[in-house]
Design a protein around this ligand. Structure first.
Ligand code: SF4
Length: 390
Protein backbone atom coordinates (compact mmCIF):
# COMPACT_ATOMS: atom_id res chain seq x y z
CA UNK A 1 0.00 0.00 0.00
CA UNK A 2 1.49 3.43 -0.90
CA UNK A 3 2.43 5.68 1.99
CA UNK A 4 0.16 8.29 3.46
CA UNK A 5 2.15 11.53 3.33
CA UNK A 6 1.64 14.63 5.47
CA UNK A 7 3.40 17.62 3.96
CA UNK A 8 1.78 20.51 5.76
CA UNK A 9 1.89 19.49 9.38
CA UNK A 10 -0.78 17.71 11.38
CA UNK A 11 -3.05 20.56 12.48
CA UNK A 12 -1.53 20.52 15.95
CA UNK A 13 0.58 23.66 15.79
CA UNK A 14 -1.18 25.27 18.73
CA UNK A 15 -1.01 22.11 20.79
CA UNK A 16 2.79 21.95 20.65
CA UNK A 17 3.57 25.69 20.59
CA UNK A 18 3.93 25.92 24.39
CA UNK A 19 6.21 22.90 24.55
CA UNK A 20 8.46 24.27 21.79
CA UNK A 21 8.67 27.68 23.45
CA UNK A 22 9.51 26.13 26.84
CA UNK A 23 12.24 24.00 25.29
CA UNK A 24 13.93 26.26 22.77
CA UNK A 25 13.03 29.85 23.62
CA UNK A 26 15.39 32.20 25.49
CA UNK A 27 14.21 35.35 27.23
CA UNK A 28 17.78 36.68 27.45
CA UNK A 29 18.10 36.40 23.66
CA UNK A 30 14.79 38.23 23.19
CA UNK A 31 16.02 40.97 25.50
CA UNK A 32 19.30 41.32 23.60
CA UNK A 33 17.45 41.58 20.29
CA UNK A 34 15.34 44.36 21.78
CA UNK A 35 18.57 46.07 22.94
CA UNK A 36 19.91 46.43 19.41
CA UNK A 37 21.53 42.97 19.51
CA UNK A 38 23.98 44.08 22.18
CA UNK A 39 24.44 42.78 25.72
CA UNK A 40 26.60 44.58 28.26
CA UNK A 41 27.56 43.19 31.65
CA UNK A 42 30.56 44.61 33.54
CA UNK A 43 33.63 44.38 31.32
CA UNK A 44 31.81 42.15 28.79
CA UNK A 45 30.06 43.30 25.64
CA UNK A 46 28.39 40.69 23.45
CA UNK A 47 27.43 41.62 19.90
CA UNK A 48 24.90 39.23 18.46
CA UNK A 49 24.64 38.83 14.69
CA UNK A 50 21.36 40.25 13.40
CA UNK A 51 20.39 36.93 11.83
CA UNK A 52 21.28 33.73 13.59
CA UNK A 53 19.85 30.46 14.84
CA UNK A 54 16.84 28.43 13.70
CA UNK A 55 15.94 29.05 10.05
CA UNK A 56 12.42 28.71 8.67
CA UNK A 57 13.09 25.16 7.44
CA UNK A 58 14.44 23.90 10.75
CA UNK A 59 11.72 25.66 12.71
CA UNK A 60 9.11 23.86 10.63
CA UNK A 61 10.84 20.47 10.79
CA UNK A 62 11.10 20.54 14.59
CA UNK A 63 7.51 21.77 14.88
CA UNK A 64 6.28 18.89 12.68
CA UNK A 65 8.26 16.36 14.71
CA UNK A 66 6.55 17.53 17.91
CA UNK A 67 3.17 17.49 16.16
CA UNK A 68 3.85 13.94 14.99
CA UNK A 69 4.52 12.71 18.51
CA UNK A 70 1.33 14.40 19.66
CA UNK A 71 -0.76 12.97 16.83
CA UNK A 72 0.57 9.40 17.06
CA UNK A 73 1.24 8.78 20.76
CA UNK A 74 0.80 5.01 20.44
CA UNK A 75 2.63 4.35 17.19
CA UNK A 76 6.32 3.88 16.61
CA UNK A 77 7.75 7.15 15.24
CA UNK A 78 11.10 7.17 13.44
CA UNK A 79 13.46 9.73 12.02
CA UNK A 80 15.61 8.70 9.06
CA UNK A 81 18.60 10.14 10.96
CA UNK A 82 19.27 13.47 12.60
CA UNK A 83 16.31 15.76 11.93
CA UNK A 84 18.75 18.66 11.89
CA UNK A 85 22.43 18.77 12.73
CA UNK A 86 22.13 19.70 16.36
CA UNK A 87 22.78 17.11 19.07
CA UNK A 88 20.73 18.98 21.66
CA UNK A 89 17.57 18.96 19.51
CA UNK A 90 18.09 15.34 18.45
CA UNK A 91 18.46 14.26 22.10
CA UNK A 92 15.22 16.03 23.00
CA UNK A 93 13.41 14.08 20.28
CA UNK A 94 14.95 10.81 21.49
CA UNK A 95 13.72 11.64 24.98
CA UNK A 96 10.19 11.94 23.51
CA UNK A 97 10.45 8.35 22.27
CA UNK A 98 11.20 9.20 18.64
CA UNK A 99 13.61 6.60 17.28
CA UNK A 100 16.44 7.15 14.79
CA UNK A 101 16.91 4.69 11.94
CA UNK A 102 20.64 5.43 12.08
CA UNK A 103 20.94 4.27 15.71
CA UNK A 104 22.47 0.89 16.45
CA UNK A 105 19.93 -1.93 16.11
CA UNK A 106 17.50 0.14 14.04
CA UNK A 107 16.94 -0.62 10.38
CA UNK A 108 14.53 0.56 7.71
CA UNK A 109 13.98 -3.12 6.82
CA UNK A 110 12.12 -3.53 10.13
CA UNK A 111 9.52 -0.87 9.37
CA UNK A 112 5.87 -1.81 8.95
CA UNK A 113 2.75 -0.07 7.67
CA UNK A 114 1.95 0.84 11.29
CA UNK A 115 5.07 2.96 11.61
CA UNK A 116 5.41 6.69 11.16
CA UNK A 117 8.58 8.11 9.56
CA UNK A 118 9.61 11.76 9.68
CA UNK A 119 11.65 12.94 6.69
CA UNK A 120 14.20 15.63 7.65
CA UNK A 121 14.43 19.25 6.46
CA UNK A 122 17.28 18.40 4.07
CA UNK A 123 15.22 15.66 2.39
CA UNK A 124 15.96 12.00 1.68
CA UNK A 125 17.16 10.13 -1.38
CA UNK A 126 14.71 8.74 -3.91
CA UNK A 127 15.77 5.19 -2.95
CA UNK A 128 14.97 5.81 0.70
CA UNK A 129 11.58 7.28 -0.13
CA UNK A 130 10.74 4.28 -2.30
CA UNK A 131 11.67 1.94 0.51
CA UNK A 132 9.30 3.68 2.93
CA UNK A 133 6.63 3.68 0.26
CA UNK A 134 6.93 -0.06 -0.31
CA UNK A 135 6.45 -0.64 3.40
CA UNK A 136 3.38 1.60 3.48
CA UNK A 137 4.67 3.74 6.36
CA UNK A 138 2.94 6.99 7.22
CA UNK A 139 5.34 9.77 6.20
CA UNK A 140 5.70 13.24 7.68
CA UNK A 141 7.62 15.18 5.07
CA UNK A 142 9.48 18.19 6.48
CA UNK A 143 11.69 18.72 3.41
CA UNK A 144 12.40 22.45 3.28
CA UNK A 145 10.95 24.48 0.40
CA UNK A 146 14.44 25.77 -0.41
CA UNK A 147 15.69 22.20 -0.86
CA UNK A 148 12.68 21.44 -3.07
CA UNK A 149 13.71 24.44 -5.16
CA UNK A 150 17.15 22.89 -5.77
CA UNK A 151 15.44 19.62 -6.75
CA UNK A 152 13.24 21.51 -9.19
CA UNK A 153 16.31 22.95 -10.93
CA UNK A 154 18.11 19.62 -11.01
CA UNK A 155 15.02 17.95 -12.48
CA UNK A 156 14.84 20.59 -15.19
CA UNK A 157 18.52 20.07 -16.00
CA UNK A 158 18.03 16.30 -16.19
CA UNK A 159 14.97 16.54 -18.39
CA UNK A 160 16.69 18.88 -20.81
CA UNK A 161 19.89 16.85 -21.08
CA UNK A 162 22.14 18.89 -18.78
CA UNK A 163 24.45 17.26 -16.23
CA UNK A 164 23.94 18.72 -12.76
CA UNK A 165 27.17 19.90 -11.18
CA UNK A 166 26.37 20.33 -7.52
CA UNK A 167 28.61 22.43 -5.31
CA UNK A 168 28.21 20.57 -2.05
CA UNK A 169 29.48 17.92 0.31
CA UNK A 170 29.00 14.47 -1.11
CA UNK A 171 28.66 13.03 2.39
CA UNK A 172 25.87 15.44 3.32
CA UNK A 173 22.31 14.08 3.26
CA UNK A 174 20.97 17.07 1.35
CA UNK A 175 23.47 16.69 -1.48
CA UNK A 176 22.85 12.94 -1.66
CA UNK A 177 19.11 13.59 -1.91
CA UNK A 178 19.62 16.26 -4.58
CA UNK A 179 21.93 14.02 -6.60
CA UNK A 180 19.36 11.22 -6.50
CA UNK A 181 16.81 13.58 -8.06
CA UNK A 182 19.07 14.00 -11.11
CA UNK A 183 19.17 10.24 -11.62
CA UNK A 184 15.43 9.94 -11.00
CA UNK A 185 14.75 12.11 -14.03
CA UNK A 186 17.27 10.37 -16.26
CA UNK A 187 20.16 12.79 -15.76
CA UNK A 188 23.77 12.65 -14.59
CA UNK A 189 25.44 14.50 -11.72
CA UNK A 190 28.85 15.39 -10.39
CA UNK A 191 29.47 16.83 -6.92
CA UNK A 192 32.35 19.27 -6.45
CA UNK A 193 33.39 20.31 -2.99
CA UNK A 194 35.93 23.06 -3.45
CA UNK A 195 38.16 24.99 -5.79
CA UNK A 196 40.80 22.28 -6.36
CA UNK A 197 38.11 19.78 -7.37
CA UNK A 198 36.56 22.36 -9.65
CA UNK A 199 39.97 22.94 -11.27
CA UNK A 200 40.08 19.26 -12.22
CA UNK A 201 36.66 19.55 -13.86
CA UNK A 202 37.61 22.78 -15.64
CA UNK A 203 40.82 21.24 -16.96
CA UNK A 204 38.85 18.35 -18.40
CA UNK A 205 36.33 20.71 -19.97
CA UNK A 206 39.11 22.74 -21.62
CA UNK A 207 41.60 20.07 -22.59
CA UNK A 208 39.97 16.65 -22.17
CA UNK A 209 42.17 14.12 -20.41
CA UNK A 210 42.37 10.69 -18.96
CA UNK A 211 38.89 9.42 -18.26
CA UNK A 212 39.98 6.87 -15.63
CA UNK A 213 42.13 9.37 -13.74
CA UNK A 214 39.19 11.78 -13.73
CA UNK A 215 36.81 9.15 -12.44
CA UNK A 216 39.27 8.16 -9.71
CA UNK A 217 38.99 11.70 -8.34
CA UNK A 218 35.19 11.65 -8.45
CA UNK A 219 34.54 7.98 -7.82
CA UNK A 220 32.07 8.64 -5.02
CA UNK A 221 30.81 11.94 -6.35
CA UNK A 222 29.40 11.06 -9.76
CA UNK A 223 26.29 9.33 -11.05
CA UNK A 224 26.57 5.67 -12.10
CA UNK A 225 28.14 5.34 -15.57
CA UNK A 226 29.36 8.94 -15.56
CA UNK A 227 31.54 9.67 -18.58
CA UNK A 228 33.33 13.06 -18.49
CA UNK A 229 33.59 13.02 -22.27
CA UNK A 230 29.84 12.77 -22.70
CA UNK A 231 28.52 14.25 -19.46
CA UNK A 232 30.50 17.50 -19.42
CA UNK A 233 29.07 18.72 -22.72
CA UNK A 234 26.06 20.49 -21.19
CA UNK A 235 26.18 21.58 -17.59
CA UNK A 236 23.65 22.98 -15.13
CA UNK A 237 24.93 24.28 -11.79
CA UNK A 238 23.27 23.90 -8.41
CA UNK A 239 24.46 24.28 -4.80
CA UNK A 240 23.79 22.58 -1.53
CA UNK A 241 21.69 25.25 0.18
CA UNK A 242 24.12 25.81 3.05
CA UNK A 243 27.40 26.39 1.23
CA UNK A 244 29.44 29.56 1.48
CA UNK A 245 27.90 31.97 -1.01
CA UNK A 246 31.21 33.53 -2.10
CA UNK A 247 32.70 30.09 -2.75
CA UNK A 248 29.66 28.89 -4.72
CA UNK A 249 29.79 31.99 -6.90
CA UNK A 250 33.51 31.49 -7.50
CA UNK A 251 33.02 27.85 -8.45
CA UNK A 252 30.18 28.81 -10.78
CA UNK A 253 32.39 31.40 -12.47
CA UNK A 254 35.25 28.91 -12.88
CA UNK A 255 33.00 26.44 -14.68
CA UNK A 256 31.35 29.12 -16.75
CA UNK A 257 34.79 30.37 -17.92
CA UNK A 258 35.90 26.83 -18.82
CA UNK A 259 32.71 26.23 -20.82
CA UNK A 260 33.12 29.58 -22.55
CA UNK A 261 36.68 28.67 -23.50
CA UNK A 262 35.51 25.40 -24.98
CA UNK A 263 32.35 26.36 -26.82
CA UNK A 264 32.65 30.14 -27.27
CA UNK A 265 30.47 32.95 -25.96
CA UNK A 266 27.79 32.56 -28.63
CA UNK A 267 27.07 28.94 -27.74
CA UNK A 268 27.54 29.31 -23.97
CA UNK A 269 23.86 29.59 -23.08
CA UNK A 270 23.17 26.35 -24.89
CA UNK A 271 25.86 24.50 -22.90
CA UNK A 272 25.79 26.11 -19.48
CA UNK A 273 23.06 27.13 -17.03
CA UNK A 274 23.38 28.29 -13.46
CA UNK A 275 20.90 29.08 -10.72
CA UNK A 276 21.97 30.16 -7.29
CA UNK A 277 20.31 27.70 -4.92
CA UNK A 278 21.87 28.89 -1.65
CA UNK A 279 18.84 29.40 0.58
CA UNK A 280 17.91 32.86 1.82
CA UNK A 281 18.31 31.83 5.48
CA UNK A 282 21.93 30.78 4.85
CA UNK A 283 22.55 33.96 2.90
CA UNK A 284 21.04 36.16 5.63
CA UNK A 285 23.19 34.53 8.32
CA UNK A 286 26.35 34.95 6.25
CA UNK A 287 25.50 38.59 5.46
CA UNK A 288 24.89 39.26 9.16
CA UNK A 289 28.34 37.92 10.04
CA UNK A 290 29.96 40.11 7.40
CA UNK A 291 28.16 43.14 8.87
CA UNK A 292 29.05 42.23 12.45
CA UNK A 293 32.74 41.78 11.65
CA UNK A 294 32.75 45.03 9.69
CA UNK A 295 30.81 47.21 12.14
CA UNK A 296 31.65 45.95 15.63
CA UNK A 297 35.05 45.97 17.32
CA UNK A 298 34.92 42.34 18.45
CA UNK A 299 38.00 40.73 20.01
CA UNK A 300 36.87 37.20 19.30
CA UNK A 301 33.99 35.29 17.73
CA UNK A 302 31.97 32.41 19.12
CA UNK A 303 29.95 30.35 16.66
CA UNK A 304 27.48 27.87 18.15
CA UNK A 305 26.20 24.83 16.27
CA UNK A 306 26.69 21.14 15.57
CA UNK A 307 30.15 20.24 14.27
CA UNK A 308 28.48 18.45 11.32
CA UNK A 309 26.25 21.42 10.51
CA UNK A 310 27.35 22.71 7.11
CA UNK A 311 26.02 26.24 7.51
CA UNK A 312 27.59 26.58 10.99
CA UNK A 313 30.98 25.42 9.72
CA UNK A 314 30.80 28.03 6.98
CA UNK A 315 29.93 30.80 9.45
CA UNK A 316 32.98 29.79 11.50
CA UNK A 317 35.18 29.87 8.37
CA UNK A 318 34.02 33.40 7.62
CA UNK A 319 34.78 34.60 11.15
CA UNK A 320 38.11 32.81 11.33
CA UNK A 321 39.43 34.80 8.39
CA UNK A 322 39.69 37.94 10.54
CA UNK A 323 39.20 37.10 14.24
CA UNK A 324 40.14 34.41 16.74
CA UNK A 325 37.13 32.11 16.30
CA UNK A 326 35.76 29.33 18.47
CA UNK A 327 33.17 26.99 16.97
CA UNK A 328 31.46 25.31 19.91
CA UNK A 329 28.76 22.66 19.80
CA UNK A 330 27.14 23.57 23.08
CA UNK A 331 27.33 26.20 25.87
CA UNK A 332 29.06 23.59 28.06
CA UNK A 333 32.05 23.95 25.74
CA UNK A 334 32.69 27.25 27.51
CA UNK A 335 34.39 25.36 30.32
CA UNK A 336 35.89 28.26 32.27
CA UNK A 337 37.45 31.70 31.66
CA UNK A 338 40.69 29.80 31.08
CA UNK A 339 39.46 26.86 29.02
CA UNK A 340 37.25 26.27 26.00
CA UNK A 341 36.36 23.11 24.04
CA UNK A 342 35.97 23.90 20.36
CA UNK A 343 36.58 22.59 16.90
CA UNK A 344 39.14 24.75 15.13
CA UNK A 345 38.23 25.75 11.58
CA UNK A 346 39.59 23.18 9.14
CA UNK A 347 40.03 20.53 11.82
CA UNK A 348 37.94 17.38 12.21
CA UNK A 349 38.36 17.04 15.97
CA UNK A 350 37.27 18.97 18.99
CA UNK A 351 40.12 20.23 21.16
CA UNK A 352 40.61 22.10 24.41
CA UNK A 353 42.24 25.52 24.20
CA UNK A 354 43.57 27.67 27.01
CA UNK A 355 43.78 31.43 27.29
CA UNK A 356 40.87 32.06 24.92
CA UNK A 357 39.29 34.91 26.91
CA UNK A 358 41.19 38.05 28.03
CA UNK A 359 41.13 37.92 31.84
CA UNK A 360 41.37 41.68 32.44
CA UNK A 361 39.90 44.80 30.91
CA UNK A 362 36.98 45.23 28.55
CA UNK A 363 36.25 42.34 26.23
CA UNK A 364 34.00 42.39 23.19
CA UNK A 365 32.66 39.03 21.95
CA UNK A 366 30.83 38.52 18.68
CA UNK A 367 28.32 35.71 18.64
CA UNK A 368 26.34 33.85 16.04
CA UNK A 369 24.79 30.42 15.65
CA UNK A 370 23.92 28.06 12.85
CA UNK A 371 20.48 27.48 11.38
CA UNK A 372 19.99 24.37 13.50
CA UNK A 373 20.86 25.95 16.85
CA UNK A 374 17.96 26.87 19.14
CA UNK A 375 17.96 30.18 21.02
CA UNK A 376 18.07 28.53 24.43
CA UNK A 377 21.66 27.38 23.67
CA UNK A 378 22.64 30.89 22.60
CA UNK A 379 21.08 32.27 25.79
CA UNK A 380 22.96 29.73 27.93
CA UNK A 381 26.27 30.60 26.23
CA UNK A 382 25.70 34.30 26.94
CA UNK A 383 24.89 33.42 30.55
CA UNK A 384 28.22 31.61 30.91
CA UNK A 385 30.17 34.42 29.26
CA UNK A 386 28.55 36.89 31.64
CA UNK A 387 29.48 34.76 34.63
CA UNK A 388 33.09 34.37 33.39
CA UNK A 389 33.47 38.13 33.12
CA UNK A 390 32.22 38.74 36.64
S1 SF4 B 1 19.27 25.97 5.97
FE1 SF4 B 1 17.98 26.74 4.30
S2 SF4 B 1 17.46 24.94 3.08
FE2 SF4 B 1 18.22 24.19 5.05
S3 SF4 B 1 16.38 23.95 6.29
FE3 SF4 B 1 17.16 26.00 6.69
S4 SF4 B 1 16.05 27.34 5.27
FE4 SF4 B 1 15.81 25.24 4.55
Amino acid sequence: MPSLIFRKGLDLKQAVAGMLADTYHSSIVEQIKADDFTHRAGRLTVHLAREFGFCYGVDRAVDYAYQTRERFPDRRVFLTGEIIHNPHVNDKLRAMGIRFLTDEGEHAGHLTAEDVVILPAFGVTVAMLEQFDRRGCTLIDTTCGSVLNVWKNVRRYAESGYTSIIHGKVWHEETQATASQAVRYGGAYLVVFDRPETEIVCNYIRHGGNRDAFMQCFEKAASPGFDPERNLQRIGLANQTTMLMTESLEIGEMIRAAMRDRCGEAALAEHFQAFDTICSATQDRQDAVVALLRDKPVDLMIVIGGYNSSNTVNLARMCDASRPTFHIADPDCLVSPQEIRHRPVGSKAEMVAAGWLPLDGPVSVGLTSGASTPDNLVGAAIGRLTAFCG
